[in-house]
Design a binder for this molecule. Structure first.
Ligand SMILES: CC(C)(COP(=O)(O)OP(=O)(O)OC[C@H]1O[C@@H](n2cnc3c(N)ncnc32)[C@H](O)[C@@H]1OP(=O)(O)O)[C@@H](O)C(=O)NCCC(=O)NCCS
Length: 212
């Protein structure tokens, strides 16, 4: 469930709404420079077209994705093209309160094109910024945002069975493990099993971080 090349593919855009008290524009397209989801340790800031060089640098860095994700090769043109697409997935920088960017988190359709599709999250934190609670808060923000602004009934994530850090992030946010997807992922020269996790709207109940 990394921020993978499928992140750069097409997706449907859900209905728009605004959550009081925070600056969220979730109707397509997002106005440039205004969308910010505010947490306690970190904020989520939409990736904009001008961020393409940094995005490309991070996406092509094997260290950014850790040891369980595929190595990507994404061109500048591919990144720029995806940023221009009004229906692009929502990709956010995870940034500290002083604006320093420490990672990426994405919310996308779990099954693009299906009317019953839920949402799916993927994330990565810069190696030097891990284990500081940033991803847990970012994932909680992304789940709050998704349930507050779309009608989906589930948000899911899959993670390599060996990726303990990612599993802990999901469990901290309230995701439940649903099962194992066997040999579902080819990365670093081998087929890997994934755990599928989800959180349902009725389990989420109320924002953990965002103030509605
Ligand atoms: C997985 C990843 C996103 C976790 O981000 P993070 O910001 O370090 O996570 P947090 O600081 O919020 O940690 C959440 C919990 O996981 C634990 N944790 C984090 N990394 C861990 C690791 N490598 N091993 C064991 N536990 C880990 C933290 O100690 C914390 O535990 P706690 O709830 O008991 O306090 C980060 O390691 C990363 O970017 N990895 C590479 C990319 C990746 O694997 N993305 C996910 C693909 S599924």
């Amino acid at each position: 469930m990394s921020l993978s090349k499928k992140s750069l593919g097409p997706r449907r855009q859900p209905a728009s709404s605004v959550v009081a008290g925070i600056l969220i524009w979730c109707s397509p397209p997002f106005p440039a420079g205004v969308a910010l989801l505010q947490g306690k340790k970190v904020d989520l800031k939409l990736v904009e077209k001008e961020d393409a060089p940094l995005l490309q640098e991070w996406l092509n860095d094997p260290a950014f994705f850790g040891e369980f994700e595929p190595i990507l090769q994404i061109t500048k043109a591919e990144v720029e093209k995806s940023a221009e697409r009004p229906e692009r997935p929502r990709v956010f920088f995870i940034q500290k309160k002083d604006g320093t960017r420490v990672g990426l988190i994405e919310v996308r359709d779990a099954h693009p094109g299906r009317s019953d599709s839920g949402s799916e999250v993927g994330y990565a934190i810069l190696p030097g910024e891990r284990r500081k609670g940033y991803c847990s808060e970012a994932a909680a923000l992304a789940v709050d945002f998704t349930f507050l602004t779309t009608p989906v009934v589930r948000v899911q994530a899959d993670t390599n069975v060996r990726n303990v850090g990612s599993q802990k992030v999901l469990e901290r946010v309230g995701f439940k493990r649903e099962g194992t997807l066997r040999k579902a992922h080819f990365a670093r020269g081998e087929w890997m099993d994934l755990y599928l996790y989800s959180i349902l709207r009725e389990e989420w109940k109320w924002p953990k971080v965002l103030k509605g």
